[in-house]
Structure formats: C-alpha cells, structure tokens
Design a protein around this ligand. Structure first.
Ligand SMILES: [Zn+2]
Length: 73
C-alpha cells in the first residue's frame, strides 16, 4: 500500500521538499505530473507520492489527474 501525502502549499511543504532535495528539481522543471506530464511547480503541485525506491512522484492540480490517480490506485 502506497503512502499518500496530500500536498498543501505552505512552509512545511517547502521545508519538506527542500530537505528531500526535491525543491531544486521542481524549480528546474525536472518533476512532471505522473498523469499528464506537465512540469510540476509550486502552484500546481497537488500530491506527492513517495516511491518504494526512495523517489517521489507528483500529481498536478488538474481534476482529471487527481481523479485518475485515485481511480488507478
Ligand atoms: Zn497532471
């Protein structure tokens, strides 16, 4: 069972991403929505999904992406 983190844009999220080294990758445009492939940024980030490999996947704030994620998992 996957853990889900509902991303809320606040200082905790920034700190979390920064600690994980993900903030820099997001700012570089290296993180894409798992569903539709748009670059994730701090405005459209909706969900952070920790992977068993240690990385993270992201879902943007598009309703179809969020709904699609819940339907497929
Ligand atoms: Zn998306």
């Amino acid at each position: 069972m996957k853990n889900k983190i509902n991303a809320i844009f606040n200082e905790d999220l920034l700190e979390f991403l920064d600690k994980k080294g993900e903030l820099e990758e997001i700012e570089k445009g290296n993180r894409l929505c798992k569903s539709c492939g748009v670059p994730i940024n701090l405005s459209n980030i909706q969900m952070i999904i920790p992977q068993s490999t240690g990385g993270y996947e992201y879902i943007c704030d598009s309703i179809s992406c969020v709904e699609g994620y819940y339907e497929n998992n």
